[in-house]
Design a protein. Structure first.
Length: 626
């Protein structure tokens, strides 16, 4: 008697036999799902899918799966949030287009999944929404900005520029394991005989129609890039003048010349160490304490130099995280210092989130450079706010620096954790390595002292900076007036004519050929994303421009193919490492969409097999792949 018979506990009648048979069928199906042949599963999991952007776009084709753009969400579905901010929409995939053999045949095959990315506690994170139907398009609350998983071209974007990735339909292609793979690594594009240089690697000739603004949007973008370049030169001049100004050193802000004297003394003391002393934490401790003092001083100098607060907060949070990982890796978790460190980690990340979400603070970067001038003005206008954040950051960093000494870790934490200084290195593994490190400290201190000097060179630099400041201010003022004139002309309904505006642009071009080249190359890169969005939305483009861009988009699409199922193309270094996880989606860094993951890497989303079997997408893990 089977378990169903024992459960019912009586002889089934004719009518019950039908229901009983159905229950037995259901039971067998359940056992097939949960007790499968491992060899069969491995074979089935080798079937995968490629998601390739369709170029050119077929007009009239129903849009079922797409990358970028906006999601189509029911009104009852809230926009996903993480780290106190809205997540970024990445893709919406029609599950009905996926083959039945994908992921070994498990997972839903109806409806859609909407994929959103962001960070949780500073790490990559994803939210996947399962949607039964397509609803109205939902405009993203946070349009993509330069600081959110975007590629380097946006470092040259003017303030306020947002990347609105094109909503590009993708075709779902079954990829058998024994067939040539459609997916190609991005690095292979350089070996392709049809390789096209990136947008910013070609010098545009503004005398040709291909490289000219063709509507009001592209003209206003060119003016904005010109203004951005002028403001960038202005900020550089202000920075030179600020560094040249005499400054009184605070008690805890000892200058580079003090660090140099101490580093020189440390080198002498290390050379005089008794060779019979054992190489251990106690021998290294005086040097570790000195390095901690230097770290705290340089951090204080970074605050005094008006470094963007969010950038410093990010480094402090990652300092805490890096120390914890080192301590865990080196089995130092039983120390009291580790317990103190564990208690400090969350406050570090909380402060980072608080600063990042404070709308009162200036933008962190301008033209890809730290916005020190913006924070200098903010500090002068809102000293209480700045002092409050600066004091908390300094106290946390100082505590972390001291805990590093107590932990005695041997390093292995990212360099930027230490604000670009080698003084954050942990205890060297050998005396010989210690001698090398102390020598590097001395050379670094010499470099810092040399940079802090100046004399006649500083006076000459100040003179040049003052001249450049006046010129940049004048250019910026005239460009602001030109931007207002363009906006008013467009609002009046006047048709765009480059012949009218070209002389006005030429009159305001930078005097330096190098600066003008920089403007045109940055504008060309940013315009490419404007054009992609316009094309995907069905807006007309001039024939010469459309033909040119289609060739570029088609080339990009060859190397920017998404993957679902099968093994990931490379190792994820920031995701979960549990076994029995399936590749839900791998998305590469993309020129077409403007998003970037790591150093030209990919974003990998994985899901546990049992969760996918239940159709539960609530615990999808995200990782960046090198």
């Amino acid at each position: 008697m089977g378990w169903l018979d024992r459960l019912i506990g009586r002889r089934a009648g004719a009518a019950d036999n039908v229901a009983l048979e159905r229950l037995r069928d259901l039971s067998q199906h359940h056992q097939q799902l949960h007790h499968r042949d491992p060899e069969t599963e491995v074979h089935e999991d080798r079937l995968s899918v490629r998601l390739r952007p369709i170029v050119p776009l077929p007009r009239g084709r129903q849009r079922r799966s797409w990358f970028g753009g906006y999601p189509r969400l029911p009104g009852s579905v809230n926009w996903p949030m993480s780290d106190g901010a809205p997540m970024r929409f990445l893709a919406q995939i029609d599950l009905g287009e996926l083959p039945t053999g994908l992921w070994g045949g498990i997972g839903p095959r109806s409806g859609w999944i909407g994929i959103f990315i962001g960070t949780r506690d500073g790490r990559p994170a994803a939210t996947v929404l399962q949607l039964r139907t397509l609803a109205a398009e939902r405009i993203s609350p946070p349009l993509w900005r330069a600081e959110h998983m975007t590629r380097l071209p946006f470092n040259d974007a003017p303030e306020g520029f947002v990347l609105d990735p094109p909503d590009w339909p993708v075709e779902v292609i079954v990829q058998p394991a024994d067939a040539p793979d459609l997916h190609r690594p991005r690095r292979a594009r350089f070996e392709d005989p049809d390789h096209l240089p990136f947008y910013g690697q070609v010098m545009p000739d503004i005398g040709r129609a291909l490289y000219q603004p063709h509507d009001w949007a592209t003209l206003k973008l060119l003016i904005a890039v010109l203004r951005n370049q002028a403001q960038h030169r202005r900020d550089q001049a202000v920075g030179v003048l600020g560094r040249a100004a005499p400054r009184k050193e605070a008690d805890d802000l000892a200058g580079p010349e003090v660090i140099l004297a101490e580093a020189d003394e440390a080198a002498r003391r290390f050379a005089d160490l008794d060779p019979d002393l054992p190489w251990n934490e106690e021998t290294w401790r005086p040097f570790s304490v000195l390095a901690a003092t230097w770290r705290k001083r340089l951090h204080r100098r970074a605050l005094d130099g008006n470094e963007p607060l969010a950038s410093l907060a990010s480094r402090v949070a990652n300092y805490a995280e890096g120390l914890m990982r080192c301590a865990e890796r080196e089995d130092r978790t039983d120390r009291d210092a580790f317990r103190k460190l564990a208690a400090l980690r969350d406050p570090c990340f909380d402060l980072w989130r608080e600063i990042r979400g404070d709308a009162r603070l200036p933008q962190g970067t301008v033209a890809g450079q730290p916005n020190r001038e913006g924070f200098r003005r903010f500090r002068a206008q809102q000293p209480a706010i700045w002092d409050g954040y600066a004091q908390r950051l300094h106290e946390l960093h100082a505590a972390l620096s001291e805990l590093q000494v107590e932990l005695g870790v041997q390093g292995g934490i990212a360099t930027d954790t230490w604000f670009g200084t080698v003084f954050g290195q942990g205890m060297p593994p050998t005396r010989e390595e210690g001698a090398k490190l102390v020598t590097v400290w001395l050379r670094t201190a010499q470099l810092l002292a040399r940079e802090a000097g100046g004399g006649n060179q500083a006076d000459a630099a100040s003179t040049v900076a003052r001249t450049e400041l006046v010129r940049a201010d004048s250019e910026d003022s005239r460009l602001a007036a030109l931007a207002e004139q363009a906006a008013a002309t467009e609002a009046a309904g006047t048709a765009f004519s480059w012949a009218v505006w070209q002389p006005r642009i030429e009159a305001l071009r930078p005097s330096s050929d190098a600066a003008w080249r920089s403007v045109l190359m940055a504008w060309q890169q940013l315009r490419a994303f404007q054009l992609g969005r316009a094309y995907a939305r069905g807006e007309p483009l001039p024939d010469v421009l459309r033909t040119h861009m289609l060739a570029r988009w088609a080339f990009d699409a060859r190397y920017e193919i998404g993957r679902m199922g099968g093994p990931p193309s490379t190792k994820a270094y920031n995701g979960r490492g549990e076994e029995d996880r399936l590749l839900l989606l791998e998305m590469p860094t993309s020129t077409l969409f403007g998003w970037g993951f790591g150093d030209e890497g990919s974003l990998a989303l994985t899901i546990r097999r049992d969760e996918l079997r239940r159709g539960d997408f609530s615990k999808v893990a995200a990782g960046i792949m090198a």
